[in-house]
Design a protein around this ligand. Structure first.
Ligand code: GDP
Ligand code: ZN
Length: 311
């Protein structure tokens, strides 16, 4: 036919039934998609062929994914949001406050999506005193004990941004967190020309600047001395920013709490909800100070929430 040779490509975003595909030379191509391929999203890698019109093409094959980010959609069905994510950045601001419950929800999501996490303590320019920092460090103790990476940053002052850039190197990352946590500000600190990039994308898709709610992949800028050749990408969208965990069974929720693991087998009942059952090893561990109460609390909130939802 009139299509060009088969070439590898990276999906930058999906819009309508089409994809914006980046070729290896960095050019963008507005592509139709062969129907049998199903829904493809930012982060997917594909095979595409150029069409006659300049900067258009057809996606003819998709590579297997190593990871899928999906969210609960209509009637609990999964909705694909992004593909091949390597890192979930949980943005927790010290103002209005670090909320362990929020962090724990995202940790459950990360477990469900098979994602390593990085906890970003943002707005540290607003740190008032040593006592302020100590109070926050205490809230973060469970995460430190879980061996999670915790990075204090400030999108405002730039503190920690270069360390963050290093941790994002070579990865596809997504930032999540409550509205106002500073996700946009952090992305802008990492990618200063993001507005220009967004304009270029809306030109390539023929869509207005703010009409797409789908995920978009942005390249982090390369810096010769930090990340030559593989700076990494940020995938962002209104849909990924406030991500809820999927309702799941009790044992899957327990599996998302690795700090519970040493005690779980010791409850009297195998289906123990760790609320009022006799001989509950989890409640005992909380009492003995071997489990943090905040972790127990967030677990119970999610358990109750999931019990009322279809899964
Ligand atoms: P998002 O909703 O998570 O994308 O949050 P934004 O990036 O829009 O930030 C929310 C507000 O917090 C804005 O007024 C930002 O200027 C402010 N903000 C973001 N990061 C910082 C920071 O590191 N320090 C301070 N002081 N303010 C910040
Ligand atoms: Zn129990």
């Amino acid at each position: 036919s009139q299509l060009g040779e088969k070439r590898p490509g990276l999906v930058i975003t999906n819009f309508g039934k089409r994809l914006l595909v980046e070729s290896e030379d960095g050019q963008l191509h507005n592509c139709a998609v062969r129907q049998h391929l199903g829904k493809l999203v930012a982060g997917d890698t594909v095979t595409w062929q150029a069409d006659i019109e300049p900067n258009t093409g057809v996606v003819v094959a998709a590579d297997p994914r190593h990871q899928e980010l999906s969210r609960p959609g209509f009637r609990g069905q999964k909705r694909m949001v992004a593909a091949n994510i390597d890192l979930l950045g949980i943005v927790a601001p010290i103002e209005p406050g670090v909320h362990p419950d929020m962090i724990d929800r995202y940790l459950v999501t990360a477990h469900q999506m098979h994602l390593p996490v990085l906890i970003l303590i943002n707005k540290i320019d607003l740190m008032a005193s040593d006592e302020h920092w100590e109070a926050i460090a205490e809230l973060l103790l469970p995460y430190d004990e879980l061996g999670l990476d915790i990075l204090p940053v400030s999108a405002e002052s730039g503190d920690g941004i270069e360390a963050l850039r290093t941790l994002l190197t070579g990865k596809n990352s997504v930032f999540v967190g409550p509205s106002g946590a500073g996700k946009s500000s952090l992305i802008k600190a990492l990618i200063p020309d993001i507005d220009i990039k967004t304009s270029a994308l809306s030109e390539s898709t023929g869509l207005g600047k703010h009409t797409t709610t789908n995920s978009i992949l942005y390249h982090l800028p390369e810096e010769a001395d930090v990340n030559p050749g593989h700076a990494g990408n940020i995938i962002d969208s209104p849909g990924v920013r406030q991500f809820s965990p999927m309702p799941c069974e009790l044992h899957e929720l327990e599996a998302a709490y690795p700090d519970f693991a040493p005690f779980l087998g010791q409850c009297k009942f195998n289906n123990c909800t760790h609320t009022t059952e006799p001989n509950c090893a989890i409640r005992q561990a909380v009492e003995d100070g071997e489990l943090h109460y905040s972790r127990y609390q967030s677990f119970q909130r999610l358990r109750e929430e999931f019990a009322n939802e279809p899964h």
